[in-house]
Design a protein around this ligand. Sequence first.
Ligand code: MOS
Length: 682
Amino acid sequence: MTHRIEGREKVTGKARYAYEYPLEAPAYVSAVQAEAGKGEIVSVDAASARRLPGVLAVLSCENAPQLASRSNGELAVFQSRTVSYRGQFVAAVVAETLETAREAARLLRIEYAAEAPDVRLRDDHPGLYRPEEINTGVPADTEMGDPEAALSDSDVQVDVTYTTPAEHNNPMEPHTTVAHWNEDGSLTLYESTQGASTHQRTIARIFGLDREQVRVVSPHVGGGFGAKGTPRPNAVLAAMAAREVGRPVKFAVPRQQMYATTGYRTPTIQRLRLGAAADGTLNAIVHDVVEQTSTVREFAEQTAAPTRIMYRAPHRRTTHRVVALDVPTPSWMRAPGETPGMYALESALDELAAAAGIDPVELRIRNDTDHEPESGLPFSSRNLVACLREGAERFGWAGRDPAPRSRRAGRRLVGTGVAASTYPARLNPGRATARAEPDGTFTVRIAAADIGTGARTALALLAAETLKADLGRVRMEVGDSSFPTASVAGGSSGTASWGTAVVRACEALRERLNGAVPPEGVEASADTRDEVEAQERYARHAFGAQFAEVEVDVDTGEVRVSRMLGVFAAGRIVNPVTARSQFVGGMTMGIGMALMEESVMDERFGDYLNRDLAQYHVPACADVPDIEAVWLEESDPHLNPMGAKGIGEIGIVGAAAAIGNAVHHATGVRVRDLPITPPKLL
Ligand code: MOS
């Protein structure tokens, strides 16, 4: 167990986050958001803004320089008069101080030719279409057997629809860019990002630069949850503003502006149909998903993807339909796809268990499979059943009275619920260098991101282990695009992908080391592309089981989670202390999803109404019980040199279903519309 190696730097304030980079005479940016939900900008009157002392520049569609690439509509900042959604950045002021910039932004007069925006997701929306493919590059629809016939032939049937709201990532550190153009025409960005290399590539393309002409520096990042996995408009705007005023600029997106500009989880409408024999054996699974994208850019979340891999059933169909609304483009939020998809599937399984009179743990065990149902591939390892059994044992599941409203503690109804969890084990190619210094220390570099997860520490441990050196002798450097190229901190792929590159670089270094290290040091590097491409064909996923106990106040409908246990099988756990935090953090986000988190769309004006953490509720300490997260020893030779599967996202998957199932057990009320707020129970 190793605490974060940068922990002291963080708690003493020495760790530098993007906004804090000291640059000479920085200017400050304040952005203006569209007040129309759809339409055209007729005019931008900046006269009074420009008169304010200290204002350096006003940027909008009327004067912004043309970007070299506008193919990503989300990032084509100020490139046209079109307003695609309310809250879109339509102008910005650059000024000597942030206060001046904000005041001047307030003075801008923007006139719109506005139309009524179409912002409501419905499953009968005429604009629904089948995307070419969904986000992971797989087909939108799949079908095996004859699901319709199989459903009607089944002894037990469930046909239910679940809805999940839009949810917003709320990292503590806002999206921040400090942009600085160097004298040689290159650009340096101090950025809060989940991927320095991908950020570098995207920004270079947008400004028509070579990749090497952009440097992204981001050694410390205060959370992201997917929202910082792709560059957001703030980065383009800051770079544009810095070029305009010929000075470094700083731009941190205020939380109030974040809800429209930095991504969110799509709302979903999911119809689940299950058909089973009387003993609970699944015969058919049909999962039809409706979700939203924007007019700016297609984003088709892979919501039904987990339904393709979870349970044995000869007949199955999954579909995804999206509609392009006048809304910001949805983006990644912790376990995009798996999170809403498994909420629906695992809630429906609970409904099937109740309908068939079978214990919900037993029902899942009975429908386990030894190969991935749709692809037919063997699993590299799959320990779902072991997780369920271990969890049932630890949680005290045995002897549970399945009847709803069967337990009471004073005014509170008590119930327990279970759900399964899964997340893909991905491996992305990347590079790393390892260097032996003459003083006996090692420097290992990779453009990986530590967004607070402990990734840097895990990589340092892997390097030390491979080099057979003390951890204290390893200098682990991440978060800089000038280091060897790395994939994004997303899809729970970081430790596996970067770890492979680090291990291979360290192995190569060890081979080259013999005798004294010369004054210039000895360096070795690795590129894992070939190794990643040569991976054998296996279905690779982590699995888990979530257990929750809730207490529901019979008078107020208030739900309190009193106990929660997650048991995970995610390959080798590299660093238990930070891994546990990832699991617990994911489960905590699951509490938020189940009971609190909801971005409310204003259908008249367009845009989400939430503006801060008073309006967007996430669990506070008092909402979170002593969550227990444990894992099974899992040895899987088909993954990567570490045998690690990835742990950042699986903790949230299934957590909301377990809580919803517990609420049903406690109250007898099946809420199929998240979040489960008190009025829905009364
Ligand atoms: Mo994760 S939502 O892929 O950063």
